[in-house]
Design a protein around this ligand. Structure first.
Ligand code: FMN
Length: 174
């Protein structure tokens, strides 16, 4: 049985996880990829519908083609692997997909593997590359890899986020 991680460690993973767009050459083992996928598929979803399908892409040429599906996807061809998030419909399932994405990314970071969400601005192109049926929704690719040595050498003090009081309201809008 795996060690159950403490609250402090989860908080630290959340605090330090940043978008990683520069990857080292180090391969990610299939065991680690499976660990990440297992975290994603265990995410919560509305009525437990689990409206996600995950397509794992490791082939370099396919990663290159996939990058053509997004406007800001230059990092995707350099990733160790990517996971395409596919769902059956737009709307609420996308909230569920967001939950799965967070779990996938945090599980990866727990293994020291960085990741970046990449929006597919040209979903038809992306669907064509991965043979996703036209009636399914496919807008998100997560790219993964061990961070390159120069990637985020020092986490910024505020971790790149708005201040607590800028976003938190107590009891009512203020
Ligand atoms: C819905 C969504 C779409 C995103 N699309 C892209 C994208 O197309 N390309 C990219 O490089 N980053 C993309 N990102 C990553 C964000 O730019 C990143 O999470 C944000 O700037 C915070 O980065 P940080 O964690 O390094 O501070 C996306 C993030 C989200 C949540």
């Amino acid at each position: 049985m795996q060690e159950i991680k403490g609250k402090a460690q989860v908080a630290e993973l959340i605090r330090t996880q940043r978008a990683t767009r520069q990857y080292s050459q180090q391969a990610v083992s299939e065991e680690n990829i499976r660990t990440i996928l297992n975290a994603g598929r265990r995410a919560q979803s509305s009525k437990n519908t689990q409206p996600w399908q995950f397509i794992v892409v490791r082939d370099r040429e396919t990663l290159k083609q996939l990058a053509e599906g997004g406007m800001y996807a230059a990092h995707v061809p350099h990733a160790a692997f990517a996971i395409a998030l596919v769902t059956s419909e737009a709307g609420r399932p996308n909230f569920d997909l967001g939950q799965a994405a967070a779990y996938l990314q945090l599980a990866a970071w727990d293994l020291g593997i960085g990741s970046c969400i990449t929006w597919m601005h040209y979903p038809e192109k992306a669907k064509e590359v991965l043979h996703v049926p036209a009636d399914l929704e496919f807008h998100v690719v997560l790219s993964f890899g061990y961070p390159a040595p120069q990637e985020h050498p020092q986490p910024p003090k505020k971790n790149g986020r708005k201040l607590f009081d800028e976003v938190v309201h107590w009891e009512r809008w203020s």
